[in-house]
Design a protein around this ligand. Structure first.
Ligand code: ADP
Ligand code: MG
Length: 427
């Protein structure tokens, strides 16, 4: 093996205390160190962080990490700092004065990792400091956020393309647990990966041999949940479709003597953090939640994930169920459904994806709103439209995203085709 591997392996041992790379980690690290742009598709818990952290530690300079959530950034920074690695973050929750201080420090001292939210990339302040940062790698964590076909689209991720133009020689390491071909293709397109022969893609098997999946058609779900929780010991997550239901189910479980609590995006940040922390520390065994819970949470010993309601697409299901058994020990994913839900699910494509007439209306509204000449696609401006426009016209975000995506690519006439290819991925 060439010198590079030895250096990478030593870095892995020295900083992270691991004796060997997991399958694929080493290939990704070596490709990145050889100057390739890399897209790594690895399941949740597969060890994606190492894939950019080791290369960055092997080289001079600073690794710029684009990350979608403040909680994820803080989590990584804490991990790195425990290993005496200098890491900072800048995000919207910080005062300007503090951001300046971080950027000053990053530009002057031996900072190895700078975590940024995609929104920061376009700010005057960030752009001013960028040339002074000595960036060695651009890591794009949760890279599926750049894709409108993904389960967690973040329009500001599209700004990374601009960053690439400003740092043309810096390799990109994009990481995601998303497995659908459409998302993969979209990531490559939006990050201009593969436009030259510098690019390498690595895909790990998404099979989870220690995870047992089962599905039950059942009317009295709560009884089933109780019986599962009695049989499978250890930490549990129960996913529900609504905020109201999380509370209801948590209360029913509490009444049966379980240490359960509920979690959804309607709670204050403080409440959410507290609940999350108590669950991580096993003070609460069961967290009953909406899909707002889970991203970036690295709790290895979750023994069972129960879906009390049918999730709305397979990709979400895979991500959520996959939070069980990250430690490689036996774990269970259980999905409960009833006939009504099945009927709703069948109708979902029609509900979720609007009719061509609706899209035509959306289209003319967008054109008017942006005062574009008729027929011209709205292009990249749709990230800001989303906030405003969604409110103004009372359309839901998903509809608008799919609608605009389709408009941008092919105009409204071919919308249905687009929709159905997306729907095929989901169902
Ligand atoms: P992902 O981002 O793919 O979900 P993480 O990077 O958070 O995964 O890593 C998941 C867990 O695996 C972490 O606890 C990490 O310390 C551990 N891990 C990663 N690489 C290795 C390795 N080579 N040997 C042992 N443990 C590892
Ligand atoms: Mg990760």
């Amino acid at each position: 093996k060439p010198f590079m591997s030895i250096q990478a392996l030593e870095t892995l041992k020295e900083y992270f205390g691991f004796s060997s790379f997991r399958p694929m980690q080493q290939e990704v690290v070596e490709a990145a160190l050889a100057g390739h742009d890399v897209l790594a598709l690895m399941p949740t818990g597969g060890g994606k962080s190492i894939c950019y952290q080791v290369p960055a530690l092997c080289k001079d300079g600073l690794c710029l990490v684009i990350s979608p959530l403040i909680a994820l950034m803080n989590d990584q920074i804490q991990h790195l700092r425990k290993k005496s690695i200098t890491a900072f973050a800048i995000h919207s929750g910080m005062r300007r004065k503090d951001i300046i201080q971080v950027l000053e420090t990053a530009a002057r001292s031996n900072c190895k990792f700078l975590y940024v939210s995609p929104e920061r990339l376009e700010t005057v302040l960030f752009k001013e400091y960028l040339p002074a940062l000595h960036v060695n790698f651009i890591a794009v964590d949760e890279a599926h956020c750049i894709s409108q076909w993904g389960y967690d689209f973040r329009p500001p991720y599209l700004r990374i393309a601009q960053l690439r133009e400003e740092l043309p020689d810096v390799p990109v390491i994009a990481l995601t647990a998303s497995a659908t071909p459409l998302v993969q293709q979209d990531i490559c397109e939006k990050l201009s990966l593969g436009s030259d022969n510098r690019f390498k893609i690595f895909q790990q098997s998404f099979e989870r041999p220690n995870l047992s999946y089962s599905v039950f058609k059942i009317e009295s779900k709560i009884n089933k949940i109780v019986s599962i929780l009695n049989r499978v010991q250890g930490a549990a997550i129960i996913y529900c479709k609504s905020r109201k239901r999380t509370k209801e189910i948590a209360e029913l479980l509490q009444a049966q003597g379980f240490a359960a609590d509920f979690y959804h995006a309607g709670l204050s940040t403080e409440e959410r953090n507290t609940k999350q922390q108590q669950w991580i520390e096993n003070k609460i065994r069961i967290i009953v939640c909406t899909n707002a819970f889970g991203m970036g949470i690295d709790k290895p010993d979750v023994r069972v994930v129960i879906h009390a309601d049918v999730p709305d697409c397979l990709e979400n299901y895979y991500q959520e169920a996959g939070r069980a058994g990250r430690d490689g020990q036996r774990a269970y994913a259980v999905l409960l459904y009833n006939d009504n839900e099945l009927e709703d699910l069948k109708q979902l494509p029609e509900i979720r994806y609007p009719s061509p007439e609706t899209i035509r209306t959306v289209y003319s509204s967008v054109v008017n709103y942006l005062q574009l000449p008729e027929g011209e696609a709205p292009g990249e401006s749709y990230d800001f439209i989303l906030k405003d426009f969604v409110k103004k016209f009372g359309l839901d975000v998903q509809t608008t995203i799919y609608g605009l995506k389709a408009l941008e690519q092919d105009g409204w006439l071919s919308f249905n085709e687009q929709v159905f290819s997306a729907a095929t991925v989901c169902f």
